[in-house]
Design a protein around this ligand. Sequence first.
Ligand code: GLY
Ligand code: MN
Ligand code: MN
Length: 436
Amino acid sequence: MISQQEIIARQHRLLAQCEPNSVCLIPAASMVTRSRDTEYLFRQDSDFWYLTEFNEPDTWLLLSNHEQYGRPYTGMVCQPKDPHREVWEGRRLGAQMAVARFDLDEAFELDELPEVLMEWMLGHDNVYFAQGHNRQADTLVQGALDALRQAPKENVAPGCLRDIRPLIHEMRLYKSACEVAVMKAAGQISAAAHKRAMRFAKAGVYEYQLEAEIHHEFAMAGARSPAYATIVGSGANACILHYTENSKALAESELVLIDAGAEYKGYAADITRTFPVSGTFSEPQKAIYNLVLKAQQKALDFITPSVTLGEATALTIEVITEGLVELGILTGTVAENLEQETWRNYFMHGLGHFLGLDVHDVGDYRVDGEERPLQPGMVLTVEPGIYIAPDAPVPEQYRGIGVRIEDNVALTATGIENLTADVPKTVSEIEALMKG
Ligand code: GLY
Ligand code: MN
Ligand code: MN
């Protein structure tokens, strides 16, 4: 659990990085229409959540480091209390209650927003805001700035509109101990769900029924939603990287690839496992599976503070290329294949990505044109795969096999902690679980 103290410390750290006399304007997400008058399940904006852990739509967090206050000064614009709307749409905290809950200096109601934005910008030199992220918010901020610029006689508008994202995203890239603990819980919940799916799988079960097993396990462990659309791809569907139709029945001789992670207290897990529907790998399936596992293990053994994701990727590519040559899937020498990058036909995505509030989390992978060394506090996925299309020019027994193995690791001072180690991963572990 992230404490209120940690949330407020984030707000203060953000303000401390701003130029003097700055105001930060951070809008929440809005509801999104699904059809006519129904809406998608609300998902808070990740930057707003990071700075508030408040799950209401159409709210604004306001922060100022103006010298007149001599300390961080904070405000919020909230949806107004409205008995009628609350009967239909749900409870609202309201401005009055928000002051105590978020330890604010001031709180306002949404109908005051245009004036509040003007008042909060007034007398500041800089406005920090994520322009282009939320069209409605852009219009409101631009409108308030325009109104201030048109003020007669006095020049009271801030001179500089700055992008707030690099500051927040650099903070989000480095997870605190509490964040890593929450992400570990997300990993454990997701691991249990993968095990449940392995036990449930058998020929005739539909991919969406495995998806339902997974989501059931998430919810029963306290995670209402997946962190992204769950992928259950059996047979050649495993070769479609973001397959989400999940509509086919599993067949006895196939592998099934499941890429699923829970969103827990806002944080994502992102696990992939691939296993045989029958509970036993065939020899060609085992050969591809063990090659992906070897590549992943190579990367996991290598990743530690100060190395780069690019270096880990290069090692993985070497293992995969050597293995594909050995199996006769690639022809020619290993050196020739590495030179010609033929592995791209079978491993067409990156080795991993940052993970956090977003599944493909924020944070720059390159700094000053150079690949960024990994550092303690970063959390990333390690997810090599091999995908052999049904019509690939390879020995027949390998066609239509898709395997990915994905774990989530947190960088520590001395190495990594695997947050998703609870799901079986070797051939014998998987076969034992499925037989049990
Ligand atoms: N689940 C999306 C990914 O693995 O990147
Ligand atoms: Mn994934
Ligand atoms: Mn991933």
